[in-house]
Design a protein around this ligand. Structure first.
Ligand SMILES: *Cc1c(COP(=O)(O)O)cnc(C)c1O
Length: 220
């Protein structure tokens, strides 16, 4: 377990090398499957941005943590089923995984009903992997138009590069798609490649095992 302070130092160094201010990058601590006492430790160190990839798991732990520590900014970074959309909208501040029209339509309807909507990122399947969620790169511009038609503001794009490929190529592709669509936020970079992501313009990095230690369950 490297811990929050070491990762914070590496984020700062990566920002300096990229000529960026530290405030331009949000470090999201990915707490999925981690023992609660580790999450508690990181909260006690002052971290306030967290990522979870399952709605139900997040519902089980975050209300109690927020009672203890106050407001925490929660990001959903795993696939969202439409039947969990309402629960996700009520718990999360940001949904990073909008990846298909059916989900977008549901979010738009619920946003009308509830009166608010979390910040939304569109997930792009930059590696065009069958097993991965996300909009294909060549379909992303059209999907973003659909989001606009539904009155759903898109704050950013998110990607998870294939494990066996050079992540920089995928980060550069995501940045290019965002730029031509006038989108400013980029969620890219995990424990093994967040420094590369920062060099290529990441505004949100999602770091799990490098902060908390290896996850015991084989998930995500
Ligand atoms: C689990 C997960 C992460 C964190 O991965 P680490 O390699 O542990 O940093 C980041 N993004 C997504 C979408 C994840 O599911």
């Amino acid at each position: 377990m490297m811990g929050l302070i070491e990762i914070e130092n590496r984020v700062q160094d990566a920002c300096t090398r990229a000529n960026r201010v530290r405030e331009s990058v949000t470090l999201i601590a990915v707490s999925k499957v981690q023992p609660l006492e580790r999450v508690d430790e990181v909260l006690a160190q002052g971290q306030r941005f967290f990522g979870e990839n399952r709605v139900q798991e997040a519902e089980g732990k975050w209300p109690a943590f927020q009672e203890k520590y106050g407001k925490v900014d929660l990001h959903l970074i795993g696939p969202l089923q439409t039947n969990k959309a309402r629960a996700a909208m009520e718990l999360f501040d940001t949904i990073q995984t909008v990846d298909r029209e059916k989900l977008a339509v549901t979010l738009a309807r619920l946003a009308q009903e509830i009166g608010t909507c979390p910040e939304l990122f569109v997930q792009v399947n930059t590696g065009e992997e069958d097993q991965k969620a996300g909009v294909l790169p060549r379909e992303t511009d059209a999907f973003l138009k659909k989001m606009a038609d539904l009155d759903l503001p898109v704050k950013g794009l998110m990607c998870i590069p294939p494990v066996d490929e050079e992540p920089a190529l995928h980060f550069a592709l995501l940045a290019k798609i965002a730029e031509r669509n006038g989108i400013s936020a980029l969620s890219m970079g995990m424990s093994s490649d967040f420094e590369t992501a920062i060099a290529l313009g990441a505004t949100h990095i999602r770091v799990g095992s490098a902060i908390f230690g290896e996850r015991s369950a084989p998930q995500g």
